[in-house]
Design a protein around this ligand. Structure first.
Ligand SMILES: Cc1cc2nc3c(=O)[nH]c(=O)nc-3n(C[C@H](O)[C@H](O)[C@H](O)COP(=O)(O)OP(=O)(O)OC[C@H]3O[C@@H](n4cnc5c(N)ncnc54)[C@H](O)[C@@H]3O)c2cc1C
Length: 255
């Protein structure tokens, strides 16, 4: 796949998205289940795994989209869950970040059992709402594993050579639990660590922090638990961000 775009308009420039995902044929292909080969497995934290997959007949994704992973038991029982793409579209592999939920059905298997060389049933990329082209002003706010699609956006902006349209703010309890902490810090993301008092990034994305992110001309991509996204969305609207500019991706249970 190509890289090193000049960041010109996606319709005319040598964009990494010249092969556009989202046409009717691509949507049909993306809906098809296929066996992806797990090429790399990394454990960035005790409660997380990064899986890098080679997806056959892959449909190129837009930053923000996700894949569905399906596990199948010998008796035919299946369980499927969604995972956002953390890699840039021009990456040869599809990278998924999975937080291990202790009493979960799927994430512990992905974190503890899956090894390089295994095959995983996947379909995707999916999602047409929570996507960013890389060219329009964007404010991306993520909590915990909700950071994953934002990292895909950041990596895409880096490939394009134009990171300036993207502003990032992320939150986690501790630095060890913030996915891709080094990469986000290097990119100048606003980092809020709620349980690391006395450290440079200690704090919350509170009303003042959120008000500083308001940009009526930008689209806001907000991702994380229902509790996190609900709280931040309220603060954004209260601070003047038009509700119609806010796109939300919720992970996990409600409440
Ligand atoms: C569009 C989309 C994209 C997603 N992208 C990612 C991603 O990039 N990385 C990622 O790690 N997850 C992501 N998720 C969440 C993921 O799909 C699963 O819900 C998660 O991995 C838990 O699945 P499980 O089978 O392990 O737990 P389940 O068996 O579904 O749940 C077990 C228990 O954990 C609780 N629980 C479930 N999910 C969460 C959660 N996220 N946080 C806290 N408690 C939870 C449940 O209420 C239940 O009590 C995404 C979800 C959606 C809808």
């Amino acid at each position: 796949m190509s890289s090193g775009s000049t960041g010109t308009d996606p319709g005319t420039g040598p964009s990494v998205l010249r092969h556009r995902a989202g046409g009717p044929n691509d949507r049909r292909a993306a809906a098809k289940w296929r066996d992806a080969r797990v090429v790399e497995v990394a454990q960035p934290a005790v409660d997380a795994v990064v899986l890098r997959l080679a997806v056959p007949e892959r449909v190129q994704h837009h930053p923000g989209q996700h894949y569905v992973v399906r596990l199948r038991a010998p008796d035919g029982y299946t369980a499927q869950r969604s995972y956002s793409v953390a890699s840039a579209p021009d990456d040869d592999l599809v990278e998924l970040f999975v937080e291990r939920i202790d009493d979960g059905e799927v994430s512990p298997y992905l974190a503890d059992v899956v090894e390089a060389g295994d095959d995983l049933e996947v379909r995707g990329p999916i999602g047409r709402w929570f996507v960013w082209s890389g060219y329009t002003p964007a404010v991306a706010i993520g909590g915990g594993s909700g950071v994953a699609p934002l990292v895909g956006m950041l990596r895409h902006a880096t490939v394009l050579g134009h990171p300036e349209p993207l502003r990032l703010a992320v939150s986690a309890t501790t630095r060890a639990r913030l996915p891709y902490a080094d990469e986000l810090e290097a990119a100048g993301a606003r980092i809020a660590l709620t349980r690391e008092l006395g450290t440079p990034h200690a704090g919350r994305l509170d009303a003042d922090a959120v008000a500083a992110l308001v940009d009526p001309d930008a689209t806001v991509y907000l991702c994380g638990s229902a509790r996190f996204t609900g709280a931040i969305e309220t603060l954004l609207v209260d601070a003047g961000q038009p509700a119609g500019t806010i796109r939300v991706e919720r992970f996990g249970p409600t409440g």
